[in-house]
Design a protein around this ligand. Structure first.
Ligand code: GTS
Length: 222
């Protein structure tokens, strides 16, 4: 029997968090090897284990996978979280890309200089309220089903829940005008595997703090 997947990344959310979420939602236990200093990353590179000298890297089913989207695609396919046909998959991909755009837009807020932070937050909140959340609310309203695609849990419901929690961390009132999204959030949160991942003590990571940003800067030289 294949062992648990092993995740290589720093001990923070970053690009690995959506992979942690997807594995947890699929009920897959995983191990983590944290990169804590530049030497840890250099060793992985020297050993030829990082195709593009970058992480996230996941050891799974005898493969050494890099590139976040490829890793997610593999997990979603393996655990039947990727729709039933090409059309469902196209929708799942399209909705997923919107979620990644939204997540990427929120990420720089944590490293934004304090004097620019307020203005940036206003811009991001405007996009959340007027572009992204209405789009997903509209999808749910259009078919009246419990999940975004195919009336069955797929990876995109998990990605959406994750980003909705980040939106709430930014401003808990942002979800108020979107009743279908709130209902989806509650529904997905109460699925047993997800509920477990939401409990304290799970491998879910807290918001990144200033110390971790400094550590990540040293390791990844950004
Ligand atoms: N396209 C890649 C992916 O999606 O996995 C990008 C990976 C990436 O840029 N990783 C950064 C890295 O390893 C770390 S982080 O941005 O995710 O924190 N950087 C080192 C380098 O030399 O590029």
């Amino acid at each position: 029997m294949a062992g648990k997947p092993v995740l290589h990344y720093f001990n923070g959310r970053g690009r690995m968090e959506c992979i942690r979420w997807l594995l947890a939602a699929a009920g897959v236990e995983f191990e983590e090897k944290f990169i804590g200093c530049p030497e840890d990353l250099e060793k992985l590179i020297k050993d030829g284990r990082l195709m593009f000298q970058q992480v996230p890297m996941v050891e799974i089913d005898g493969m050494t996978l890099v590139q976040t989207r490829s890793i997610l695609n593999y997990i979603a396919t393996k655990y039947n979280l990727y729709g039933k046909d090409a059309k469902e998959r196209a929708l799942i991909d399209m909705y997923t890309e919107g979620i990644f755009d939204l997540t990427e837009m929120m990420l720089p807020l944590v490293i934004c200089p304090p004097d620019q932070r307020e203005a940036k937050i206003l811009l991001v909140k405007d996009k959340i309220k007027n572009r992204y959340l209405p789009a997903y609310e509209k999808v749910l309203k259009s078919h009246g089903q419990d999940y975004l695609v195919g009336n069955k849990l797929t990876r995109v419901d998990i990605h959406l829940l994750e980003v909705l929690l980040y939106v709430e961390e930014l401003d808990s009132s942002l979800l108020a005008p979107f009743p279908l999204l709130k209902a989806l959030k509650n529904r997905i949160s109460s699925l047993p595997n997800v509920k477990k991942f939401l409990q304290p003590g799970s491998q879910r990571k807290p918001p990144i703090n200033a110390k971790q940003i400094e550590e990540a800067r040293k390791i990844f030289k950004f």
